[in-house]
Design a binder for this molecule. Structure first.
Ligand SMILES: C[S@@+](CC[C@H](N)C(=O)[O-])C[C@H]1O[C@@H](n2cnc3c(N)ncnc32)[C@H](O)[C@@H]1O
Length: 346
């Protein structure tokens, strides 16, 4: 068994641990790091709520140069062989060392040794990312080799750069937290470039999946992304105002990631839209449905909830952290016996 270090965004850890359960024993070391025991590095290639994976080699020496010892270099060579023999084959063009004091003589020797072992030049833009750091227990040093040239969070299906698109590892965690099953009918009310439904299609196809957006460019991006994702299952993409447009049927899982900032509207309009979206979601909900609202307008949402717009009650508020953004996922439910409010205008 080898140790694999997984980097996650804060808020995605619980979903990542659930994904890891199928691979091997895993522990959250910090809110942004999981350590997993696995037979092969290739086991983590399909994880969707993880930013990046690293094969780890540790040594109990006082100085980083302990990583140059023959026994450590042999273990590093075995790890490197596993990384390069994954299917599909991974090819790297350069090696980049990320470590405190990476310009010291000692770190340069480590980089040179790794360069010789991997036959890769040391370059600032190297795609074999190598990290050198103290072990968590501070009793030695650790070498981490990223298992893929690009982070796992990079999605090949994302061919269109849509403004305001949600981070894919957060989207994967949102569909996990909303617990979308094969029998669910899922609606994304403001689908943008389709991130939620495309990520869901990588888990399993629900009974019905519908994405709605008022912007024709968003729907074009969704179609391009679905083609590139090559997953099973039909997704209905509808270009319409979700508040007034004709949307047939009811849904057991509803999602919305409303506009925020100045990207797709102005601040005041976006605030009013949150209430309207909740009321509309109530009309489109099947009995016992669950609604997930991923939003940056956290105070506004909290202030809205006591009114129970659309009949929604809060089940959980889950926080994510991504660089400067701190969106929250509000998970809401309705009384299982409550009928939808009918198709009247909002
Ligand atoms: C933050 S973006 C969603 C991004 C999306 N989650 C993604 O990953 O690409 C918000 C979206 O809401 C859409 N929108 C705003 N008002 C709408 C309405 N009344 N009906 C449908 N879509 C709407 C915007 O066009 C925009 O694409």
């Amino acid at each position: 068994m080898m140790t694999i270090v997984l980097e996650v965004l804060e808020g995605c850890g619980a979903s990542a641990l659930r994904e890891c359960a199928a691979i091997g024993p895993a522990t959250a070391v910090t809110p942004t790091e999981i350590q997993l025991k696995a037979e092969q590095v290739s086991a983590v290639a399909a994880l969707r709520s993880v930013v990046a994976a690293y094969g780890a080699i540790s040594t109990q020496t006082r100085r980083p140069r302990g990583l140059l010892e023959t026994s450590v270099q042999q273990r590093t060579a075995q790890l490197w062989e596993q990384i390069t023999h994954q299917r599909p084959r991974r090819t790297f063009t350069g090696l980049r060392l990320a470590a405190a004091g990476s310009d010291t003589e000692e770190m340069r020797r480590i980089a040179d040794a790794l360069s010789e072992l991997t036959q890769l030049p040391v370059r600032e833009d190297g795609d074999l990312l190598v990290r050198v750091r103290r072990t968590a227990a501070h009793d030695g040093w650790e070498l981490l080799l990223r298992t893929t040239p690009r982070p796992l969070s990079t999605r090949l299906w994302r061919t269109v750069d849509y403004p305001g698109a949600v981070n894919a590892t957060i989207a994967a965690s949102v569909v996990d937290l909303l617990d979308v099953g094969a029998d669910d009918a899922v609606l994304d009310m403001t689908c943008g470039s389709g991130t939620f439904l495309i990520e869901q299609s990588h888990r399993h196809a629900p009974r019905r999946a519908v994405g709605v957006d008022v912007d024709p460019q968003a729907i074009a991006a969704c179609r391009a992304h679905q083609r590139a994702a090559k997953q099973r299952g039909r997704i209905e993409w509808i270009c319409a105002d979700v508040l007034t447009g004709p949307i047939e049927g009811t849904f057991t899982r509803i999602l919305t990631n409303p506009p925020w900032g100045m990207l797709h509207g102005d601040h005041a309009t976006n605030l009013a839209l949150h209430r309207d979206l909740l009321v509309r979601a109530g009309q489109l909900a099947a009995p016992g449905a669950r609604l997930g609202v991923l939003t940056q307008e956290i105070r506004r949402m909290r202030a809205l909830l006591p009114e129970q717009p659309g009949g929604w009650r809060l089940v959980d508020e889950h926080r994510f952290f991504q660089k400067g953004h701190r969106p929250a996922l509000f998970i809401l439910t309705r009384d299982p016996h409550e009928a939808s409010n009918g198709p009247q205008a909002v």
